[in-house]
Design a protein around this ligand. Structure first.
Ligand SMILES: NC(=O)c1ccc[n+]([C@@H]2O[C@H](COP(=O)([O-])OP(=O)(O)OC[C@H]3O[C@@H](n4cnc5c(N)ncnc54)[C@H](O)[C@@H]3O)[C@@H](O)[C@H]2O)c1
Length: 365
């Protein structure tokens, strides 16, 4: 449904904007400029069939506007898939503010950005992303109600994200080993930050043998001592003889180099964009008999948490909803086996199927 047309067919020098929008089938783009505050931003609404487009705002020092445009188009489309697959009444959107967050951020800039968000009348709901703090969101909220992730509201999404990763991992285990018990399983967790630590807690509680690594030594030591997880080197993690590899830090760690080293039969973690090149490495993991839990299906707990704030639902509801990730992952893995198609592609199809079906029963807008 949102097939990417061949970019070589499009002359981007003559058609830099709408041609790119049609490539991904976007609904709406808002370009924002304010000379007084220095705000330069793009808000992308990809698809609103299921509900208002929700996705974070990222502040990034892009090299040029095309880079920013490309990023916001790609990320907003990703949110459509993530929100749909998570079963939420939300479409996909994203915003980027161009600049170095340490230099450009001010109350006035964030409030001006909030005014632009407000001008979309609720079609786009914003949240935190790279370069943004809850305090920045408070300024945005002074000019618009279409914002989530505010202090004192739904709070840190990490426990909900970790819950989704944990149950999704169990679903993979059921498909791969015939039981979803993780007791005695060897599991390597890369990155023990917000999500990683909660995940390690659940895994060790269930009796898994957990190996951890992190660039930040103090956290690594504390998590190891608290949960009895074994510390391994940053690079050593790819060579471990483990059942499950859980990337919870960086993207693109599933690549040619690591795949020749990984001995696991399941890859399931919280990090975004784990496959270096989806088309190549999604197929490569399947060819090796590894079950890959698509990242955007597995780490949807964060957006489920945001939705609980939008819809006025409780933190308990968010945790329960994250448990649905078990059946979503089971279905993805089974369909992938039946249809002999990589799991990430099946996940995309399932997200599209829901949008198509719901789109047919919704009243015309
Ligand atoms: N927090 C959420 O709710 C949420 C939701 C969806 C996706 N994610 C994704 O999950 C991942 C983890 O999120 P988080 O909130 O726990 O982030 P975080 O920043 O709290 O934790 C990341 C951890 O990874 C460590 N790290 C960085 N580089 C590393 C490396 N090369 N090797 C090993 N460890 C390294 C950091 O020191 C940090 O402790 C990120 O990719 C994030 O985008 C998070």
């Amino acid at each position: 449904m949102f097939e990417i047309k061949n970019i070589s067919d499009v002359d981007l020098t003559e058609n830099p904007v709408i041609a790119q929008m049609s490539q991904y089938n976007h609904e709406e783009l808002l370009f924002c400029n304010d000379n007084d505050t220095g705000l330069k931003a793009i808000i992308a609404v990809h698809n609103t069939v299921l509900g208002p487009a929700l996705g974070g705002t990222r502040i990034w020092a892009y090299n040029n506007e095309m880079e920013a445009l490309n990023d916001v188009l790609r990320l907003s489309r990703g949110m459509t898939y993530k929100n749909s697959l998570a079963g939420l009444n939300l479409g996909g959107g994203k915003a980027v503010i161009i600049g170095d967050s340490r230099q450009i951020k001010s109350e006035a800039l964030m409030r001006r950005f909030g005014k632009f968000v407000n001008s979309l009348g609720g079609n786009y709901i914003t949240a935190e992303d790279v370069g943004i703090s809850p305090a920045d969101m408070v300024y945005v909220n002074m000019e618009t109600n279409h914002v989530v992730g505010l202090p004192g509201k739904s709070g840190d999404p990490s426990p909900v994200t970790a819950r989704g990763v944990y149950v999704g991992m169990k679903a993979c285990a059921k498909e791969q080993f015939g039981t979803d018990s993780l007791a005695g399983r060897k599991i390597a967790v890369q990155g023990v930050g917000h999500v990683g630590e909660y995940l390690v807690e659940s895994l060790t509680k269930e009796g898994a043998e957990v190996f951890i690594t992190d660039v930040y030594e103090p956290t690594l030591k504390r998590v190891s001592e608290t949960y009895g997880a074994k510390v391994v080197g940053l690079n050593e993690i790819y060579d471990l003889d483990v059942d499950i590899y859980a990337p919870c830090a960086l993207g693109a760690t599933v690549n040619d180099e690591t795949l020749s080293r990984l001995k696991c039969s399941i890859i399931a973690g919280a990090a975004n964009n784990q496959l270096k090149v989806e088309a190549i490495h999604g197929q490569a993991v399947m060819d090796r008999g590894i079950i890959y839990a698509p990242d955007f299906a597995l780490n949807a707990g964060g957006v489920i948490n945001c939705y609980s704030e939008v819809a006025g639902l409780s933190p308990e509801w968010a945790l329960r909803k994250a448990d649905d990730i078990y059946s979503t992952i089971s279905t993805i893995v089974r369909r992938s086996k039946e249809e002999q198609i990589p799991t990430y592609q099946i996940a995309n199809r399932m997200a599209e199927e829901r949008i198509e079906k719901v789109g047919k029963v919704k009243l015309p807008r």
